[in-house]
Design a protein around this ligand. Structure first.
Ligand code: ADP
Length: 983
């Protein structure tokens, strides 16, 4: 049966069945298509497209319920291309995706109440959706809710854009059926999508964990900081989908300046170079670093140089991740980065002073805000970076400390090795000595750094006190320092060097302490002070010498005596056998010598004279040196002249000088070692020290010499002043005496001559001749006395003026003596005067001036009488002395038993006008010229007069002089009886 033949109802039924069949096929196909994919977008696109086709509507849209379940968001729509112009489609597209439907919208709640299918005749009439409907040109709409387990998954809308349409039952059923089919597929796709998201999230987490792990591994393996920071930055940038990342560190020492910490591309460098990197110009950087919190900076929030940064790198966002270790400070919420925090922390004063060494800057050229998970990841990476920085810092410090320690150790070792002191270290625990430098190792002949027990060491190297006593173990300075913890500073002892030479050693011990200041040993510095001690001894000897010289000089009277002491001390100190002292006045003249035999001395002086008083053109170098005031060595070595006149000479010459002028010279000779028998050999020379000592001695001698001279001059000046005073006093006394001596005879002469005149006047006619005669004789006697006095003055004057001359002839002294006795006997009634001669009589002949010799003897006899006020014998004795038969002499002695002369007056007795004060018991007058004239007259005869007297009154005095006797004349020897002065 053909279609035409079938009844109308059948045809309708058939058509309906056909359609249902087709629909079911399409539905099945749709179900297949939808179920064949898990791609939600694809499913939805297929869904909306097929729905328009199946339901024969021009537009179908799908709204997906958002995760929170509050809103339906437009997801996909399909519009039959013929319905709207392409321009309108574009406009619709732009609008479509911005809209949403609230789940609580009455239309939606109505839809759900209606079991999931709702037709709205005119959506524009719904106040809540009016705007949407108008914009999107929705008039009549069929809404299908896609339900799964009683909950909506999404919403499908079918409409005729801009048209009223009454949706048929079939359309509604078909749409519902499509919705049911789609729900399963969408739900599956949802599940799949969620699974995908979860997987992605898990993958992200793993990726991040791996990134953190990798960074941590690099940190732990001690990788260089820039490498770690580069890795961390790359991971961070990658995981947070940033376009680039830069790790920046605050410059050490300049806390406000940022520096890129890992390798950057040339371009990035150039950009950064153009931006000021001071935190002062980067406020958001400052904030991130000082809060320790990551900060998302948008272009709107950028300030100062940050604006330039955004511009240079073409950024939309910038994420600043401060490199902070541990959890965020102050429990701050990491999940809420953004502008609100900036506001919260802009008050800089309220911030904690968080130490953050730097930050990672992530660049975003697209608008994509990091998620909270990404912030957490950034925190983890930042913590690892902070750890790496801290570790690098510690490592650098440790490396620096190690370098420093090594440097110190090497320096210490170098110092030890360079030290001239020997260094040993003694450990307290085991009492071992370690020889820590070459000096001590050399000194003791042990390997450097070797060790020995202290006890063994001291047994092998015993120590002695400076006076030679063995120091017991317990008393050894190191042992005392170790056991009693006493300080040892510069203790000296004797020990032997490796070659056995005895040395004086000075030891200083310093405690060695551990970090808790417990003594764990000693560092001992040992110094060989032998030379120093010898020098000290030499200085002591020199000082002793100077002291001795000073002492000797203080007791010495004259220059000769002083220089003798100086030379003796110099010879002793410098260990020389012989030496001389010379004085200088235009040339050097020897003054004194020590240690020579007369022959040697002459020869030696002659040799020294060669250079001491050189002939012109023959000056030697050492002479010039001497004249410039320097001590010098006179030896062949110092004399360039050939042939060398000083081959066997070894003389030390030091000028005695004062105020730059040479006063003299000390010569010390050591060349005695060379004898004729032995060939000339190297003499044991003088040392510089000897030179110094002799210079010092000579200097001292110069000063003393000058002082002595000065003192002598002062004494002479004083003496001449005293002499002048005395002369004046004598002159006064002389005037007084003269006046006195002259007045007496003159008074007598005047008185007697007047008496004689008066007697003559009265005598006219009487016999007064005897009285006149007496007056005249007294006048005559007094006149004679005056004459004597005047004669004496004249004699003295002649002597003074050198006018007295002798008339020598053969003179018999006995004759003169007897004549004097005769003359004086008349005048001296109280005295017995005698002339005593030797037993064997010979004439006492001398060559002399008879008158003068008479005057001498007469004067002596007169004095003898004058100063024997109580009488007593006076004798002139003549005695021939034959001790030397070739030179026989005659001794004349005038002796009395008078007042005597005190010994202290003897010295001055023969001076002009000298009179012994208060001569005991004698008021004899005189002018003090008699003995002066006598002594001169005797001296003119080539002899001297002397006095012998105890000064005791009654014991008297003896004046004695001798004259050469003339050879015996050939006349008979006469024997005279001995006449001696009785006691
Ligand atoms: P003067 O007798 O005129 O005083 P002199 O020169 O003769 O002078 O004697 C000097 C002094 O020596 C005397 O003043 C006297 O004190 C003392 N003197 C001389 N001769 C004797 C003597 N024989 N006995 C004691 N004193 C004497």
């Amino acid at each position: 049966m053909s279609e035409k033949d079938r009844p109308r109802t059948d045809r309708a039924e058939h058509a309906r069945l056909q359609k249902a069949l087709r629909e079911s096929v399409i539905l099945r196909e749709l179900a297949d298509i939808l179920n064949s994919s898990l791609d939600l977008e694809h499913i939805l696109q297929e869904l909306v497209k097929r729905t328009t086709e199946l339901c024969e509507v021009p537009r179908c849209a799908f709204w997906q319920l958002e995760e929170a379940g509050e809103r339906l968001l437009p997801t996909t729509y399909y519009l039959a291309s013929s319905v709207l112009s392409s321009k309108k489609r574009k406009a619709a597209d732009a609008i479509w995706y911005r809209g949403h439907l609230s789940i609580s919208n009455p239309i939606i709640t109505g839809l759900l109440d209606e079991g999931g299918v709702l037709t709205v005749e005119d959506l524009r009439a719904e106040p809540t959706l009016k705007h949407f409907a108008e914009t999107f040109q929705v008039v009549s709409v069929l809404l299908i809710a896609l339900m799964r387990d009683g909950r909506p998954v999404g919403l499908m809308s079918l409409d005729y854009p801009g048209q009223f349409h009454a949706f048929s039952q079939e359309q509604q059923q078909l749409a519902r059926a499509i919705g049911q089919q789609a729900t399963i597929a969408i739900h599956n796709a949802y599940l799949y999508q969620q699974a995908q998201v979860q997987q992605q999230r898990a993958e992200h987490l793993i990726e991040r964990a791996q990134a953190v792990y990798q960074v941590a591994m690099r940190v732990n393996s001690g990788e260089e900081l820039p490498v770690v920071l580069k890795l961390a930055t790359d991971h961070l940038a990658h995981s947070l989908n940033a376009s680039a990342g830069i790790a920046m560190l605050l410059a050490p020492g300049e806390a406000e300046l940022l520096q890129p910490a890992c390798t950057l591309s040339q371009e990035m460098h150039e950009h950064l170079d153009a931006i000021g990197l001071s935190l002062d110009d980067l406020p958001n950087f400052w904030l991130a670093i000082h809060t320790g919190l990551p900060l998302l900076v948008t272009a709107e929030l950028a300030q100062d140089q940050e604006v330039e940064w955004f511009h240079r790198f073409g950024l939309k966002y910038m994420l600043l991740v401060p490199l902070m270790g541990g959890s965020p400070p102050g429990g701050a919420n990491w999940d809420l980065p953004g502008t609100s925090r900036i506001l919260r922390y802009t008050q800089k004063e309220s911030l904690l002073d968080i130490h953050c060494p730097g930050l990672i800057v992530l660049h975003y050229t697209r608008r994509r805000k990091p998620t909270s998970g990404e912030y957490a990841f950034a925190q983890d990476i930042a913590a690892q970076c902070a750890l790496a920085i801290e570790k690098a810092r510690l490592l650098a410090e440790a490396r620096e400390a190690a370098i420093l320690a090594t440097e110190r150790a090497s320096t210490l070792d170098a110092v030890f090795q360079a030290m001239s002191e020997g260094i040993t270290v003694v450990t307290s625990s085991d009492e071992q000595v370690s020889f820590s430098n070459h000096a001590v190792a050399r000194f003791l002949g042990v390997p450097v750094y070797s060790r020995l027990p202290l006890k063994t060491f001291l047994e092998e190297h015993p120590a002695y006190t400076l006076d030679g006593h063995l120091i017991p173990f317990e008393d050894f300075p190191v042992v005392r320092a170790l056991h009693s913890k006493v300080q040892i500073r510069g203790e000296r002892f004797l020990t032997a060097r490796a070659d056995g030479t005895p040395r004086v050693v000075e030891l200083t011990a310093t405690p060695l302490r551990d970090s808790e200041m417990r003594q764990i040993g000693l560092v001992c510095a040992i110094r060989d002070v032998t030379v120093q001690v010898q020098a000290e001894q030499r200085v002591r000897v020199a000082l002793d010498t100077f002291l001795h010289i000073a002492e000797a000089v203080s007791h010495s009277k004259g220059i000769h005596e002083i220089l003798h002491s100086v030379l003796a001390e110099a010879l002793k100190t410098l260990n020389c056998a012989r030496g001389t002292v010379h004085l200088y006045q235009q040339s050097f003249e020897p003054l004194l010598s020590l240690g020579f035999t007369p022959d040697e001395e002459a020869r030696w002086l002659q040799q020294q004279d060669l250079w001491l008083n050189p002939r012109t053109g023959q000056e030697y170098g050492f002479f010039a040196q001497l004249m410039s005031g320097q001590a010098t060595l006179v030896s062949a070595d110092h004399c360039p002249v050939q042939p060398n006149p000083f081959t066997n000479t070894l003389v030390l010459a030091a000028p005695i000088k004062h105020n730059q002028s040479i006063l003299g010279l000390i010569l010390l000779d050591r060349s005695t070692a060379v004898t004729q028998a032995r060939p000339p050999q190297r003499l044991s020379g003088f040392t510089n020290w000897d030179l110094t000592i002799i210079s010092g001695i000579a200097q001292l001698a110069g000063a003393v010499l000058e002082q002595t001279r000065w003192q002598q001059e002062a004494n002479e000046a004083r003496a001449s002043a005293a002499a002048m005073r005395e002369a004046n006093a004598m002159k006064n006394e002389f005037l007084a005496i003269t006046a006195h001596e002259f007045r007496n005879p003159l008074t007598v002469i005047l008185a007697r001559s007047q008496s004689a005149i008066k007697t003559l006047q009265r005598a006219k006619g009487s016999n007064s001749l005897p009285a006149i005669e007496e007056h005249l004789s007294i006048i005559s006697a007094q006149g004679k006395q005056l004459n004597n006095i005047v004669t004496t003055f004249l004699d003295a004057a002649r002597i003074n003026q050198g006018q007295l001359s002798l008339k020598t002839e053969v003179t018999d002294l006995e004759q003169i003596a007897r004549q004097v006795v005769e003359e004086q006997s008349v005048l001296a009634e109280q005295h017995s005067l005698q002339c005593i001669t030797d037993e064997i009589h010979q004439p006492y002949l001398v060559m002399g001036d008879r008158a003068c010799l008479h005057q001498v003897i007469a004067n002596l006899v007169e004095n003898a009488i004058k100063y024997s006020p109580h009488g007593g014998p006076v004798a002139i004795s003549l005695h021939r002395c034959r001790e030397n038969p070739q030179a026989e002499t005659i001794e004349v002695c005038v002796e009395d038993k008078g007042v005597g002369i005190p010994p202290e007056a003897h010295e001055r007795l023969f001076e002009r006008f000298y009179r012994v004060p208060q001569t005991g018991g004698s008021d004899a007058r005189g002018v003090g010229l008699g003995l002066y004239i006598v002594s001169h007259l005797v001296a003119m005869h080539g002899s001297q007069i002397r006095v012998e007297s105890s000064g005791v009154p009654g014991e008297g005095s003896r004046f004695i002089f001798t004259l050469p006797a003339l050879p015996e004349p050939s006349f008979d020897k006469l024997t005279r009886p001995e006449t001696r002065l009785s006691e």
